[in-house]
Design a protein around this ligand. Sequence first.
Ligand SMILES: [Zn+2]
Length: 446
Amino acid sequence: MDYYNETIETLQRDDLDTLVENSIHYTVKYAYEHSPFYRKWFDKHGVSPSDVKSHDDLRELPLISGSVIRENQPPKTHNFDFKSISWKDVYTIHETSGTSGVPKSFFLTWDDWLRYAEKYARAFVSQNFGAGDRVVICASYGMNVGANTMTLGAHKIGMSIIPEGKCTFPVRIIQNYKPTGIVGSVFKLLRLAKRMKSEGMDPKKSSIKQLIAGGESFSEESRNYLEEVWDVPVYNTYGSTEGTMCGECRVKAGLHVPEDLVHLDVYNPTLEDFVKDGECGRIVLTTLLPEGGKTGNLLINYDTDDTTVVVSRDKCSCGRTHMRIMNPQREAETVYVGGFPFNKVDVEQGVFQRENMEYLTGEYEAFIYGDSEEATLRVSMECENSPEFERDIVENNFIKSFLKFKPGLQQAHADGTFNIIFNFTEPEGLEFYRIKGRPKRLVDRR
Ligand SMILES: [Zn+2]
């Protein structure tokens, strides 16, 4: 199977743009008629849904950050003001935890499930999965929608799912059921490979044909290393409860955005206007409904707090015409030193330089100390065995790659206002091993 939904996935650009414009009209009208939040907003600002004539007019509507959602749900308000369907049509209720820890509520209808599943089905097919494949899903089956709707997506293409929900499943699962794929995060898939090796199983010779990495941003270097460890292609996926679900196809030239189902704009840092394709900016999402469709939770201009670059809106060599974006990065994982930004992914890239991996496991954490005058980045890396080796090699590789495209930081490093120091630990010696929850890889302690 080449496509899950060939007509839509290969629609010519003009036709695709027209389809998107029509869906924006319908979606905005639906918002006014069904979402208490949007009805209030339109009435208060004297705007009519019919004033939103094109995609460009979306800039006139408010940007919705996570905090706006929290301000419009209990306990702040009596009702869930973003809920856009009556209770009897709500199929499932979800919560997404933000950085602040207060969960945002999210309501899905059965139609929403089908659309989410379709997005995953399209991505799976674009990654060479199909009938007869068996995939272990390590994403969590809790209040997030990802793992659940992925499972439904698999059904649409005749694929079997092993719903582990975690990457710590016993190696016997691989031995007994011979899965052909695993969905997990880069680090968890690296740890799984290690566990297999320690139990005498070579990941390179296992039944796995390809891996899907998601759940967090990662560097090209860590992906390359994961591909080497498993000797299979690793495809990227970017999904969220808000309904993103973008997947990298087998060409690996950016993640395809299912443009007919979710509208993705890239905004400048002041969030006032779109940036040009090829420029980095903030991802702002709008749910798109097909004519006549219904949804449980409608977000127009949802500010994801993630950044990306539109790679291309031209036809991909896989045949799909839907736009492609670069691997998104989390704005919350970006820090500034002397006015110059860098992201967790930049640190990760420095760690995963190929030569370093002769000594390291890839696990790392970085902290920034100092004040407005002088800052120090302290990078801790876990060693494969005891940290007895030529550290200069790893340190030089890190510094060279980390400062490569950052002239501002390079200057600061040269004049001594930005220091980079290293710490090498024994296995399990990093701080995050002693803290519950997802590891924080880059922490600003200034
Ligand atoms: Zn493609």
